[in-house]
Structures are given as C-alpha cells and as structure tokens.
Design a protein. Sequence first.
Length: 197
Amino acid sequence: MSIDDAVERLTDTKDDINKWVGVYIGVLAVLLAICNVGGANAAKDAGRSNLDAANTWAFFQAKTIRRASLAMAADELELQLAAQPSMPPAARQAFDAKIKDYRATVKKLTTDPEKQEGLDELFAKGKALEAERDVAMRKDPYFDWSQALLQIAIVLASVHLIIGNMPLLGLSGGLAGLGILLMLNGFTLLLRLPLLG
C-alpha cells in the first residue's frame, strides 16, 4: 500500500464521518424544532390557563358579592317581618315571597350543576385551571434548557466539521443526549428536577 493510497483511504473515512456528522446535525435541528414547539405550547398553555383562571376567579368574586347581598337582603326582610307582627297579610305574603325568591337565588348561586356556574362549580373550575397553569409552567424550563443544550450541541458538531476535533463531537453528543432527555421530560414530566421546576 502506497502513501497515496493511505491518504486517500483516510480522506474517504474523514468524508464518511463528516457525512454522518452532517446527518447528526440535521437530526439535532429537527429535535430542536420539536423542542421549540413544545416550549411555545407550554408557554401558551400557561398563559391561557392563567387568563381563564383569573376570569373564573373574577366571576366567582362577583357571584360571592351577589350572594352575600341577597342573603343580607333576605335577612333584612325577615327582621322587618319579625319587627312588624301586625303587618297586613298581603304585605306579609309579598315579604315571604321575596324572602323565598332571595333564598332560592342564594342557593342557586352557591351550586348550579345545570349551568356549572355556581360558586362550588366555579371554585373547582378555578382550581383546575390553576393546576393546568402550574403544570405548563413546570414544563417550560425543561424546554428552555433543552433548546440551549441542543443549540450548543449543534454548534460543537459544526466546529468538529471545521477542525476535526473528536472530543468536541463527543461533548456535542453528551449535551445532545441531556437536551433530548430534558425535552422528553418537558413533554411527560416524569421527573421533577428541583432546579427546573
């Protein structure tokens, strides 16, 4: 085997490795795009859930104020009835009807299974929306760190293509592996890392 044959064989091997590194970089770019979508969705989900929760709690507060006002009005009418035992029967009936109407409305404001807009239902809905928001917010840092690690891995692999430094390619693979694991955890939340959420 001549020196020219050895150089040609080494050049072919280097070209083959560089082709595979190019494919590796392409795969990392695809994973980075998927990670970006996951992170954007987590951020949108957190924002939407937070807004929906805020609206639900505002509705809850408005209904709480209305319920308290109606309960106080019913109590006031009952006190007036008690204070005026000689009230004419027609007026007493009007008072009783209004008190009954107020108490029924108070009950419906407390729980309304049909419309799902009673205070009990709104409380459960608000808590569920807060839980959705919290899950989305826990997912987001995993995607952020994954994107950073995948981008660094792509840069290191690209530098390897230029200078041919195998340790850089190895470091790229390690960072890419960690980035992929963080991305998968962002989608599944199987592990909860203390520093990330």
